[in-house]
Design a binder for this molecule. Structure first.
Ligand code: HEM
Length: 508
């Protein structure tokens, strides 16, 4: 007889069977995830057409290099409004002036939201200003920023003098290189960020403030990383946060450091504040926060103050700095254009006083050059991602509420319908036969509609004053034998690859 204790119980299973069951469960789970992903990747009914996408990652792979160029090319196949699948995130891409205007202007409210993507949620919880959802929070922050710009900045005549003063610090710092080659990136960044600093903190930072410079550096790195493949992957599969490697981890680390630094700055500049007598944006924000105490719907909070301060600084610095760096590069590349700019400066301003904004109207060639730099170099090629705030109907397509919308501003500036030979750098396209400056409607570096750039006026002032003050004093040229690359470094903004330049004092 066999003892019953040796008999396998009907409930006992071998290790092999356990693995088999667990393995099958895992496969079922993965299969379910896969099916869920495929369902997410299906184009909604009535959605614009677009290129074929791969399972799981969709079209993310095609955005690896020059996404703005890829999108323009796709629009020639699928039409100005087409769709992409960014790993389960249905996205509409608007191309060309007509489509962008039709959506951003004619349906302004519908296309005024920002997408609630995991990366933006993680960075600013969809609060602050630039990344804020379209609603009360955005209205409050935009109004406060616009009023602060008027009150502490562009609306004041004295503010022009402050920019001119910064221009002097800037050209003096350039002069220290005595015509020898140097990389202008850091100097331009410091000078430009100081203009926003005047509005936000009421003060400029000296060019040797390494803490502030480090903050700007890692913030700019985040602007670059936010358009990397890792950022798109994180938006599609936020669980990759658990991976200890990947560029998204660097982005998160940088953000923590930046917000920590900004909080300290805010605390420093809040000292000595007198309620209702604001000296700068920070004070004005405190006033709003105090006034809305008890209002549960108010969006003013210390956290949103940090986010909005950071957004104003980086939106103002990264863009204008890159525009000036491109302008310097093109002046050295095209000495004949630089020559004409300098002749206009000499005639209108002369050499005994610095250029002022009142000179702008009498300097059409300078205006044309700056416009052509912004058109040709596409500092913000894909704008800032928008989203639909409600279901939209455009050109017969149905775009559901909450869809991510990309505005391909590059495609507007290279739209053959509006520009002849768009891939040639030619300031003359902004001049009439008498040499007067002419506005062109398909010129949208600052975008359009409700969320159009809040700093456009400030940026135009800065570009004019920095550019003319620099070329009044120096001739820009590349070191002998140096051939610059015109290929941009990719990110949310397009910037030139690092280059060295010689700023040689002019003989006037
Ligand atoms: C050459 C310089 C600049 C360029 C090309 C530029 C371009 C842009 C673009 C394309 C947008 C996206 C608008 C949209 O969503 O469609 C934007 C938004 C924005 N810009 Fe600028 N910008 C420049 C300078 C500045 C400056 C100097 C500031 C402020 C100091 C600034 C502050 C902002 C803010 C706060 C937003 C977000 C607006 C919102 O969401 O309501 N920008 N900019």
């Amino acid at each position: 007889m066999v003892s019953s204790s040796r008999l396998p119980s009907p409930w006992t299973v071998s290790y092999g069977q356990t693995f088999l069951v667990l393995g099958s469960l895992l496969i079922c789970f993965l299969l379910l995830l896969f099916i869920r992903q495929l369902v997410k990747q299906r184009r909604p009914r009535g959605f614009p057409p677009g290129p074929t996408s791969l399972p799981i990652i969709g079209n993310i792979w095609s955005l690896a290099s020059e996404p703005h160029v890829y999108m323009k090319n796709q629009s020639e196949i699928h039409g100005p409004i087409f769709s992409l699948d960014l790993g389960g995130i249905s996205t509409v891409v608007l191309n060309g002036y007509d489509a962008i205007k039709e959506c951003l202007v004619h349906q302004g409210d519908v296309f005024a939201d920002r997408p609630s993507l995991p990366l933006f949620q993680k960075m600013t919880k969809m609060g602050g200003l630039l990344n804020s959802r379209y609603g009360r929070g955005w209205i409050e922050h935009r109004k406060l920023a616009v009023n602060s710009f008027r009150y502490f900045g562009t609306g004041q005549k004295t503010f022009e003098n402050k920019i001119s003063e910064e221009c002097m610090f800037f050209v003096d710092a350039i002069d220290e290189h005595k015509g020898k080659p140097f990389n202008p990136k850091h100097l331009v960044t410091n000078a430009v960020s100081n203009i926003t600093n005047l509005i936000v903190f009421g003060e400029r930072f000296t060019y040797d403030d390494t803490d502030f410079q480090h903050m700007i550096e890692i913030f700019s790195e985040n602007v670059e990383l936010a358009a990397s493949g890792w950022a798109f992957l994180y938006n599609a599969f936020p669980w990759i946060e658990i991976l200890p490697f990947g560029k998204h981890q660097r982005l998160f680390r940088n953000a923590v450091e930046v917000y920590d630094f900004l909080l300290k700055l805010i605390q420093r500049f809040s000292q000595g504040r007198m309620p209702q007598s604001p000296r700068h944006y920070i004070d004005a924000y405190h006033d709003e926060m105090e006034q809305s105490t008890g209002d549960l719907g108010s969006s003013y909070s210390l956290e949103n103050m940090i986010f909005s301060v950071g957004e104003l600084i980086i939106a103002g610095t990264e863009t204008t700095t890159n525009a000036i760096r491109w302008a310097m590069l093109y002046m050295a590349l095209y000495p004949s254009v630089q020559d004409k700019v300098q002749r206009e400066i000499d005639v209108v301003v002369g050499s005994c006083r610095p250029p002022g904004l009142e000179d702008r109207l009498r300097m059409p060639y300078v205006e044309a050059v700056l416009h052509e730099v912004l058109r040709f170099c596409n500092v913000v090629p894909l704008g800032i991602f928008r989203a639909t705030s409600e279901n939209a109907l455009v050109r017969g397509y149905t775009i559901p509420r909450g869809t991510t919308v990309i505005t391909n501003l590059y495609s507007v500036h290279f739209d053959e319908k509006h520009w002849s030979n768009p891939d040639i750098f030619s300031p003359e396209r902004f001049l009439d036969s008498q040499g007067n400056f002419v506005r062109r409607e398909a010129f949208l570096p600052f975008s359009l509609g409700r969320r159009h750039c809040l700093g456009e006026q400030l940026a135009r002032m800065e570009l004019f004053l920095f550019f003319t003050t620099m070329l009044q004093r120096f001739c820009l040229q590349f070191p002998a034998g140096f051939v610059p690359s015109l290929t941009p470094k990719l990110g949310m903004t397009l910037q030139p690859l690092p280059y060295n330049i010689c700023a040689v004092r002019r003989q006037q």
